[in-house]
Design a protein around this ligand. Structure first.
Ligand code: ARG
Length: 573
């Protein structure tokens, strides 16, 4: 389905052409003076140079050609040369009808369907999930769902950190204490202790490094322990991610890339890209246009050990072989920016990925506490994800009590979980990913303002009206739209009309915050309409039908949007 702005631009382009001007000046945008008009075209001003004519005269010529247009009920030329436009109400109604019937409300299929991998997660096995992993999970899951909704084949890859020194540390510690295969709760205690030990005890650290090396060479005993640790950790991770409604299609990790390293390195050498520098094997990735120095990409250290970059490059080899992706999106802490610049350049330069494969780094900022410093527990420690979730859950239960909706204990608990997830995810996603933000429980859980619970509340309100309508004998199917009969209704329809353009934009820009900004606008427009309109007591049946159609469309769009953001609405709250 076409985007509304494209339809309008097309209409204005005909008018430009009819009046003897180039169509390229006809771009229509949403008005930045909504008090004056809904849409505008500033092309007459841009055309001055070419036609050497006052912009107002050009605008007037174009407006004359728009007389009688079925698209616009108003088209006026104003000083110095703007064209102010209002959409015709019947055309708007037609657009609503088309959207209601269209696939995904008009988002439809992309011009070129891509295979996309989203690498978001990267938890390190054997360490408990903490809030540092929260942003990757929340943003990545949403980026993935937006891509799927935009019609692409999208796979989420957790890319476990399962191959580093932490494994050696854990095994060294277990050996020292004479432990055999640990349970999950033992494992959680081992890592912090082992890590602390390695900082004070050089011998212990050396041992851990030897074990890491042994494991990477395939030592049988270490491999047996490693497999066990992987099994219990992955089970636990799955449970935890599920609580966040985060699901990965691919459960691979750094260890899976290891077999690809050898051949990759050989090829880089043979092709002349990798060179020895100060004992290490490196690929130069600097470019002439660089304004700051980009150091060479390290492939092997002087002791032949591989690095984080090596693993990421080998993972690319594997992904190309397994999925031949058109685009790979990495959702990782923005402090890893340089690492990804090096990896991407190296992968392109050495031909691991094709020139036109899009490699995109979505670096996110830090989640801070009220004091503006990275989020901590009250005691100053690293906050576990479970603790954060249960704190927010308790707060939501409180809010629900204030609100007073009646429900069973089970429904109450289920509802509070849904609200808590919405509060956390919307609180995060409504900020541009690259920015730091302050995690403010009170603000995020409020049922009013730019929050997840406010969006849910709006959906719940619509559901409740529709329920009442059905209870009084109304039927939801076969409702048809009428042209808007009030400003509030028109405003809501106009907001909904921007849906497909917004969603495609959110995909192209890898920007979940655009979805948040959009649903906040729609929720506000809906609530305004709700307060201005007697919906169920409307006597004119045609009008009432149209209201119901509008409610259904608003609900459908809001529900699809929160689904791509990764949460859902309860029945009551
Ligand atoms: N495990 C890494 C860390 O904790 C994050 C991995 C991000 N993904 C990647 N392909 N490097 O920093």
């Amino acid at each position: 389905m076409k985007k509304l702005l494209d339809i309008l631009t097309n209409e204005v382009a005909h008018a430009f052409a009819d009046a003897g001007y180039d169509e390229k000046y006809a771009k229509v945008t949403v008005s930045n003076r909504p008090d004056l008009c809904q849409f505008q075209c500033n092309g007459a001003m841009a055309a001055v140079k070419e036609y050497k004519k006052a912009p107002l005269l050009i605008a007037e010529d174009v407006v004359k050609k728009l007389e009688g247009s079925a698209c616009f009920k108003k088209a006026v030329a104003v000083k110095p040369g703007f064209i102010n436009l209002d959409l015709d109400d019947t055309a708007l109604k037609g657009f609503m009808e088309e959207m209601s019937k269209a696939d995904r409300y008009g988002v439809g299929e992309p011009e070129k369907k891509e295979t996309i991998i989203v690498d978001y997660g990267g938890p390190n096995v054997a360490k408990p999930l903490h809030i540092g992993h929260l942003r990757a999970a929340i943003i990545g899951e949403s980026v993935k769902r937006i891509g799927k909704y935009a019609g692409h084949e999208v796979l989420g890859d957790i890319h476990l950190g399962d191959w580093g020194l932490q494994m050696g540390l854990i095994i060294a510690y277990m050996k020292e204490k004479g432990m055999d295969l640990p349970t999950l709760s033992e494992l959680e205690k081992i890592y912090p202790e082992a890590s602390a030990r390695s900082k004070e005890d050089e011998d212990f650290k050396k041992k851990a490094m030897d074990i890491t090396y042994g494991l990477q060479q395939g030592d049988e005993e270490y491999t047996r322990i490693w497999k066990h640790i992987m099994k219990i950790s992955v089970e636990d991770l799955k449970k935890n991610y599920e609580k966040l409604s985060v699901f990965f299609e691919i459960w691979k990790g750094e260890s899976d890339a290891q077999p690809f390293i050898g051949p990759m390195v050989e090829k880089m050498k043979a092709d002349g890209f990798a060179k020895i520098s100060q004992g290490a094997l490196v690929v130069d990735v600097s470019e002439e246009s660089d304004t700051k120095e980009i150091p060479p990409c390290m492939i092997l250290k002087s002791d032949n050990a591989s690095l984080y970059t090596t693993t990421d490059l080998a993972t690319l080899v594997q992904r190309v072989k397994d999925h031949d992706p058109d685009r790979i999106i990495y959702v990782v802490d923005k402090r890893q920016d340089l690492h990804f610049v090096q990896v991407f350049r190296c992968a392109k330069k050495t031909g691991i990925v094709k020139d036109d494969t899009k490699l995109f780094f979505l670096g996110f900022g830090t989640m801070n506490g009220a004091d503006g410093k990275p989020f901590k527990t009250r005691e100053g420690g690293v906050m576990r994800l479970e603790t954060l979730l249960s704190d927010v859950y308790e707060k939501c239960l409180e809010r629900m009590k204030e609100n007073g909706a009646e429900m069973s204990d089970e429904e109450r608990s289920d509802t509070a979980k849904k609200i808590a997830l919405a509060a956390i995810k919307y609180g995060d996603l409504s900020n541009q990913a690259s920015k730091d933000y302050i995690f403010d429980i009170d603000k995020f859980t409020s049922f009013e303002g730019n929050t997840g619970p406010y969006i849910l509340y709006t959906i719940v309100r619509i559901k409740s009206i529709l329920r009442k309508y059905e209870e009084s004998g109304g039927v939801l199917s076969d409702k048809s739209f009428a042209p808007p009969s009030s400003d509030a209704e028109r405003q809501l329809q106009l907001s909904l009309a921007g849906y497909n353009a917004m969603m495609q934009g959110a995909f192209e820009e890898t920007a979940p915050h655009r979805v948040c900004a959009y649903i906040y606008e729609v929720a506000n427009a809906f609530n305004h309409f709700y307060h201005e309109t007697k919906i169920l007591s409307e006597a004119d049946e045609k009008k009432k039908d149209s209201y119901i159609a509008l409610l259904l469309l608003t609900k459908g769009i809001l529900e699809d949007c929160i689904d791509v953001l990764g949460f859902e609405a309860p029945e009551k709250m």
